[in-house]
Design a protein around this ligand. Structure first.
Ligand code: RBF
Length: 354
């Protein structure tokens, strides 16, 4: 019942892609073996600001909404990929809203609440569910933000423990790298400082090497930047750069360094190289809130923040590769820190204004 349509370039392409979606989805739905969605079934458009593959949060977004649709027969989901040209996203969302076909448009990333807010001025009846962002008070929007301050802190604390250790690729001094796809308020004001705080809570003299890829897809460029970070002494790198993440793995594999994954469990990407992974249960949040919307229970106009104590932000400490490649002492120290966040012994509040 789902189709993925890339939307790029011109609004003509956007409109044709939408028309194509309308045409191809009905036969696909019939082919699915289930009944065709009722005329008045709930229609959801998932707008992916980028491409799904290689971006942890977008993969979870699509999975969560599809799970909700499977729980409510008659619900139709169309996935529309907005591509990497961010200047086109407002127009793409406008085109989706203009069709009037969607009971709900679901999307995700910190820049989307503002775009949905803007579009809703022209289409006040359109409802939006925005994950990984925050905006309160627009009756057309419901947003879910994750406590990335806790998340980045845990990642930094773990990076510090690894860099200080006598693990195979750990070198002198505590030095960690952070590669971002681009700079944006949550990156600059929350993720980067919280990562640094985490590393420096292991060693106050620790240094962070922060680099920006400039996009969310260039794996070769990411390899170059990661090589340079490793040459400058970083033995562990947190990568938040979408398709660029694979380039960081290549550099770490060649030069001997460790990689930390962000948002979804990444150990299987490169066992023994990806040795730590924070997780955000964006799929569960998308699933639950989409169900609420289908059931008419979602309180549009409000915004929520979910963190470690809510069970939506965590560090994947259960994976066999984690247990195998990370020394027990580091695992115990990290576990104690996670526990402090769970119990409220350590408070790292997520700001909502930037
Ligand atoms: N993360 C990705 O993994 N892939 C992307 O294509 C992507 N595009 C983004 C575009 C913008 C304008 C912003 C602000 C963030 C983007 N992110 C992307 C980051 C993602 O939404 C999330 O914030 C980070 O993964 C950290 O959780």
């Amino acid at each position: 019942m789902n189709t993925t349509i890339p939307i790029h370039k011109s609004s003509f392409a956007i409109l044709s892609a939408i028309l194509l979606a309308v045409v191809v989805t009905a036969p696909l739905a019939a082919l699915g073996g289930g009944e065709r969605p009722a005329e008045d079934g709930f229609n959801i458009g998932v707008f992916v600001p980028g491409v799904v593959e290689g971006s942890p949060t977008y993969e979870m977004l699509v999975a969560g909404v599809q799970r909700a649709a499977a729980d409510r027969p008659g619900t139709l989901v169309r996935v529309i990929e907005g591509g990497f040209n961010q200047a086109e996203w407002p127009q793409s969302i406008t085109s989706l809203a203009a069709t009037g076909d969607y009971d709900l448009i679901v999307t995700s990333n910190p820049s989307m609440p503002e775009i949905a807010d803007e579009v809703s001025q022209s289409f006040p009846n359109q409802r939006f569910l925005v994950l990984d962002g925050y905006l309160e008070g627009n009756p057309g929007l419901y947003t879910v933000l994750f406590n990335q301050r806790e998340q980045a802190f845990l990642s930094g604390y773990f990076a510090g423990l690894v860099s200080r250790s006598s693990m195979e690729h750990a070198r002198r001094g505590v030095r960690a790298g952070l590669l971002a796809g681009q700079e944006y308020p949550i990156m600059n004001r929350v993720i980067r400082p919280a990562f640094e705080l985490g590393v420096q809570s292991v060693d106050p003299a620790a240094l962070i090497d922060f680099r920006v890829l400039g996009n969310w897809y260039d794996a070769a460029g990411a390899t170059e930047l990661a090589n340079s970070m490793i040459d400058n002494g970083a033995d562990v790198i947190l990568t938040i750069s979408g398709g660029g993440n694979q380039g960081v793995i290549s550099a770490a594999r060649t030069k001997g360094a460790y990689v930390l994954w962000y948002d979804s469990s990444g150990y299987d990407e490169a066992p023994g190289i990806v040795i730590g992974s924070t997780i955000v249960r964006l799929d569960d949040a998308a699933h639950q809130r989409t169900l609420d919307a289908i059931d008419g229970q979602l309180q549009f106009g409000s915004a929520e923040v979910l963190g470690v104590a809510d069970g939506f932000v965590d560090f994947d400490t259960q994976h066999r590769h984690y247990e195998r490649h990370v020394p027990g002492e580091i695992r115990r120290e990290l576990e104690a820190m996670i526990q402090r966040l769970r119990e409220g012994d350590l408070l790292l509040e997520m700001p909502t204004q930037f």
